[in-house]
Design a protein. Sequence first.
Length: 302
Amino acid sequence: MEFKDYYETLGVKPDANEAQIKAAYRKLARKYHPDVSKEAGAEEKFKSVNEAYEVLRDKEKRAAYDNLRAGGYRGGDQFRPPPDWAQHQHGGFEFRDAGGGFGGSGDFSDFFESLFGQRAGTRAQRGPMRGRDVRAGVTIDLQVAYTGGKQRLGLRDAHGERTLEVNIPAGILPGRTIRLAGQGEAGMQGGPAGDLLLEVQVRDDPRFHLDGHDVLVEVAVAPWEAALGAKVPVPTLGGEVELRIPAGSRSGRKLRLKGRGMPKNGDQIVTLVIQTPAAHDEESRAAYAAFEKAFADFDPRG
């Protein structure tokens, strides 16, 4: 079998700290997640990323792996575990919650199993064992993230494709995790099932953009509304509201609607975009000519 360079898989240096490893994992897991990636071979890359993180996030597994790697092995080298490897593992390794990522299905390579795949034997000796937590990613609309409530979501994980009813907390942000008790890997020797950890992503919205807890939106205004001031309707995730445009506003000015962003502490930031009507007939052209004369000293590029 081939030796796997887990540091190379995650794109980190061998001396990377836990935070750097976690950040690299989360970035790659989002990129290659089968539910969202359209890249060729994304599913296999996703599995490789999960496997690398399963080893490097765990101090004991990482130390054991580093000891092997110190022998000069590099990715792609032919590899067989040392004859005394199993004797030095003190009963094998446990498979725990990956903590903080999209997580995988437990579908690991022969290389991984040859080093750490002793869980069935060791758990049988220890009696009832809780099932492993399983991670999966789900993508929801921004309106759903704002409103919350029960949603039926389709997902693919270690159990295959299935549909679950999930209670979405109002105001959930991208990257947050929802825990579904007992929906993970089955327990062993009569132990309880693990949990399913859903990491939430939010789809792009044609009108709104999410910036942390704040919601950004552009609103078109007429030149006279910007110049003289006006009250205009503005869409928000909670429904349409009226916004006062201060006199003398320019295109690009930002106005804040307090409490109109994501629930609890988000605002809505409104960017004004001045739209000018077309001069499509004699009357409108005459109006523009009078406007030009009235503001002869105005230099828009000054």
